[in-house]
Design a protein around this ligand. Structure first.
Ligand code: C5P
Length: 228
C-alpha cells in the first residue's frame, strides 16, 4: 500500500491577504463557500480586541492590557454573526472607529502573539480560507495557495463609501480616502508582520473586477494548484 493512502489528509489552506477595503472579506467568504472550506476573518479578531479596548477605556499604548484582552477574547462565530460573550457585535466591530483602533492595536507584537493560537484553531479539515494581512507570510507560511488581493486607493475608497451609504451611514469620500491611506501606511510600515505580499503569492488587482470575477480568478488559481 502507498504510504500516502494511510497518512492523514492534510488540511488545505488558502491565504488571502491585502489592504483595507480590497474586497477580501466578501471574496474570501465566497471562495470558502464554493470549496466547502472553513473561513477565518483574522481582521475581525483585531477588531474584537479593539472594540473591547475602546469599551474598557484602555489606552492604545497599554500593550500589556491589550495583549491580555486579545489572549482571552470570549468570541464566537455563528452563522455569519460575530459574538463577544452573548452579545452580537457584528455591526459594532465594523465602524471606522473600531477599524482604526484595530490597526493601532495590531501594530503591537505581544497583541499579535496573543492571537496566534486562536487563528491556528480555525485550520480544520477539509480546508481553510484565511483572510488578513499576514496569513501567507506569518500565520500560514506553508499555505497551499497565497493570494494578495489589492485595488487602487481610489477604487477602495469608492467601495467603502458605497458600503457605508447602503448602510445609511453618511460619509465623506475625501476623509475615507485619507483614512485608508493612513491605515495602509500604518499596516505596511509597522515592524511586526507588515502588510506585504508573500514571496510566493499571486498578486490579484481587483480594481477593474467585480466580486464574482475576483472569486473566479482565485478559484482558477486554486484549480491550477489542484485544490478543488
Ligand atoms: O481586515 P480588517 O480591515 O477588518 O482589519 C482591521 C485591521 O486589523 C487592519 O487594518 C490591520 O491593521 C489589522 N489586521 C492585521 N493582521 C491581520 C488582519 C487584520 O494586522 N491578519
Amino acid at each position: 500500500m502507498d504510504l500516502q493512502d494511510i497518512s492523514p489528509k492534510k488540511t488545505v489552506v488558502i491565504a488571502i491577504d491585502g489592504p483595507t477595503a480590497s474586497g477580501k472579506g466578501t471574496v474570501a467568504q465566497r471562495v470558502a463557500d464554493r470549496l466547502g472550506f472553513h473561513y477565518l476573518d483574522s481582521g475581525a479578531l483585531y477588531r474584537l480586541t479593539a472594540l473591547s479596548v475602546l469599551r474598557a477605556g484602555i489606552a492604545e499604548d497599554d500593550v500589556g492590557a491589550i495583549a491580555s484582552i486579545a489572549g482571552s477574547l470570549p468570541c464566537s462565530f455563528k452563522g455569519g454573526s460575530i459574538f463577544l460573550g452573548c452579545e452580537d457585535v457584528s455591526e459594532d466591530i465594523r465602524t471606522e472607529e473600531a477599524g482604526n483602533m484595530a490597526s493601532k492595536v495590531a501594530a503591537h507584537q505581544p497583541v499579535r502573539d496573543a492571537l496566534v493560537a486562536l487563528q491556528l484553531s480555525f485550520c480544520q479539515p477539509p480546508g481553510l480560507v484565511a483572510d488578513g494581512r499576514d496569513m501567507g507570510t506569518v500565520i500560514f507560511p506553508n499555505a497551499d495557495a497565497k493570494i494578495f488581493l489589492t485595488a487602487s486607493v481610489e477604487v477602495r475608497a469608492q467601495r467603502r463609501y458605497k458600503q457605508l451609504l447602503e448602510k445609511g451611514v453618511s460619509a465623506n469620500i475625501d476623509i475615507l480616502r485619507k483614512d485608508l491611506e493612513e491605515r495602509d501606511r500604518r499596516d505596511s510600515e509597522r515592524k511586526s508582520s507588515p502588510l506585504k505580499p508573500a514571496a510566493d503569492a499571486v498578486i490579484l488587482d481587483s480594481s477593474d473586477l467585480g466580486i464574482e470575477e475576483s472569486v473566479q480568478a482565485i478559484l482558477d488559481i486554486c484549480m491550477m494548484k489542484n485544490i478543488r
